[in-house]
Design a binder for this molecule. Sequence first.
Ligand code: GDP
Ligand code: IMO
Ligand code: MG
Length: 424
Amino acid sequence: MSVRVVIGAQWGDEGKGKIVDLLSDKAEYVVRYQGGANAGHTLKFDDKTVVLHLIPSGIFNGDAHCVIGNGVVIDPIALVKEIEGVKEMGFQLEGRFHISQTAHVILPYHKLLDQLKEKRRAGNAIGTTGRGIGPAYVSKVSRVGIRMVDLLDKEVLKSKIEQNIADINFALENLYKEPTLSADDLMAELDDSINTLSPFICNTTNMLHEGLEANKSILLEGAQGSLLDVDHGTYPYVTSSSPTSGGACTGSGVPPTALTHVMGITKAYCTRVGNGPFPTELHDDMGEELRKKGHEFGATTGRPRRCGWLDLVALKYACRINGINELTLTKMDVMDGFDEIQVCTSYIIDGKETKVFPLSLTEIEKIEPVYTALPGWDKDISGMTKWDELPEAAKSYINYVEEYLGVKFTIISTGPKRTETIIR
Ligand code: GDP
Ligand code: IMO
Ligand code: MG
């Protein structure tokens, strides 16, 4: 039995979807625990490429129960679209897909507010995905949120929507100078999705507790990444949830004492999409080359991802805050063909060298990265499945990172497909 959290150890898009899909045939439950349709998790198997935003990445490999936990914020309209896509591919959800009663709902006004707020921030915009994530978590934390269980009682739902839009209409009219909303229109807009989603809404907390008591294996799938965590990330350039391992417990009802593995996923380099500090970002041809070779364009918004060298100071911080005890390295194949590969091993801030990731935005913005150059390799490693096949320089690169972090890589990914993987 294992209870494994899979976490992005950088700024998201590390390849969590690929790895959760790969591991899910050995799991009985696969659980998303935070975030919403801001996530874009890409899976490649057989001849298929799928991008999932809300449905757990365990839906295509094996027969695990796929659970959307209480910590997720769910856009019912987006979820129904995704369900339809999965069904069209010939996969069944009935009996193995479950939505927490206490997960909060993203309503169309959350998306509208997300976009209006970003516009008002102008030069200080966060660069959100515009999926309503921030405003939905604001509703939740300010205790006016609507939960999935509320969709099951239309009278309750309508009265909660009415209460909510009173405040929102005031802001739309007076602050944003936008047309106001009507509860009847919102109810009508939601009607079809409520009918589709109702059969899946249940007490997933109890389901997972029963699974734990029966020694079942559970895979907890993080979205976003550690440096986008609302507490531990590069605030305010973060998302509004807790992608770190603590969030896996609060977002699912699985207690901390049940976790057996915390797997951190990192690419062999770094990317970030949206605004905010990125110490090892490359603004030159090398950054462009990484973007091209790695196909670094957002899976949700299509935006080009910012690219840079691997940042071991930030990665060590991610290992510490999550308690990472196993690592996965993805996109190793993208590093083929470089004479040298740089890794950031310390920072200079105000003239002083440090290996500690700073927490204030002012300090993060002052970081000058210090690099160590490691030898590259000219062999094409894409698709490799055996450790012994890797060129010596690739093995040395991996060993160097492991030594710095004090954690071993148990999986090395050499391509986007499920099969393009080295398991150590
Ligand atoms: P996630 O959000 O963490 O699930 O990651 P995304 O799906 O947003 O982005 C990762 C991208 O890299 C996807 O297009 C994957 O298909 C691709 N990918 C994953 N692992 C590898 C790998 O080892 N090599 C290559 N070349 N691509 C990979
Ligand atoms: P996955 O799960 C990368 C970024 C946005 C923005 C910030 C806040 O695919 O790794 P939000 O819409 O959450 O309010 O945006 O977070 N962001 C992501 N970046 N991968 C993601 O998810 C992301 N989800 C949000 O670009 O900078
Ligand atoms: Mg992604």
